[in-house]
Design a protein around this ligand. Structure first.
Ligand code: RET
Length: 233
């Protein structure tokens, strides 16, 4: 049972559904000014729940050469990675041009990776390199220009924490892609699915839980500083 790929997809579906319930519960109770944060997290884990259920049911996989490509995985990434980046951007409110550059680089990453996975010959490594290069641009935009926007904002430390989680964990995806059957075939498909499922859960549900927890602390601090203001000092 544990040795079956569909088991890991089912684990992923349960984890994503858990996150969706927590975030949707928060959305129902949220004040108007923070509703967009909850709505974004709910959409991210909701979309992933659907993708994992579909994959657990064995739907949407194609065979390329002697390996399997899970199409719902790439559709999930195409929809949810821009939402994760939008969440980061909402914390620091960048200008539109910078935001759309970030989204464009991200879309090139995922589309190139998807295209590469569908090719069976060595030319797929060329497309992988295009995706890798776009990822370097994306990481630069997050660590450079977007981080400069965050300076001095109240959300700066939350932004930095989530940005680091994002850049570090996202950088492991291309490494796994290369080691998996999509690249050099050093990992079995089962190990590949298991690793990516864990990563997806941390980058989506873990990201959301950290954001909500830190957001609550932030709000408390703001409230207590405004409560204590009239008393003096
Ligand atoms: C690919 C291959 C092409 C080169 C690069 C890749 C990066 C993928 C990433 C995926 C992130 C997914 C997330 C999912 C959340 O649940 C497409 C593997 C750079 C960064 C965060």
């Amino acid at each position: 049972m544990i040795g079956e790929i569909s088991t890991w997809f089912a684990v992923g579906a349960l984890g994503m559904a858990f996150g969706t319930v927590i975030f949707a519960g928060g959305l129902l109770r949220a004040d108007a000014d923070v509703r967009k944060y909850y709505a974004t997290l709910t959409a991210i884990s909701g979309i992933a729940t659907v993708a994992y259920v579909v994959m657990a049911l064995g739907i949407g996989s194609v065979t390329v050469g002697d390996r399997t490509v899970f199409i719902p995985r790439y559709i999930d990434w195409l929809l949810t990675t821009p939402l994760l980046l939008a969440y980061l951007a909402m914390l620091v409110d960048p200008d539109r041009a910078l935001f759309w550059k970030i989204i464009a680089a991200n879309i090139v990453v995922i589309v190139a990776g998807f295209g590469a996975a569908l090719l069976s010959g060595v030319e797929r490594f060329g497309l992988f390199a295009v995706g890798g290069l776009a990822f370097v641009v994306l990481a630069y935009l997050l660590l450079g220009p977007l981080t400069r926007r965050s300076r001095g904002q109240r959300t700066e430390s939350l932004f930095r924490g989530l940005r680091n989680l994002t850049v570090i964990l996202w950088a492991t995806y291309p490494i796994i892609w290369l080691l998996a059957p999509s690249g050099f075939g050093l990992l079995t498909n089962l190990t590949n699915v298991l690793l990516v499922t864990y990563l997806d859960l941390i980058t989506k549900v873990g990201f959301g839980l950290i954001a909500l927890n830190a957001g609550a602390v932030l709000r408390e601090q703001l409230q207590s500083s405004s409560d204590s203001a009239p008393v003096g000092n």
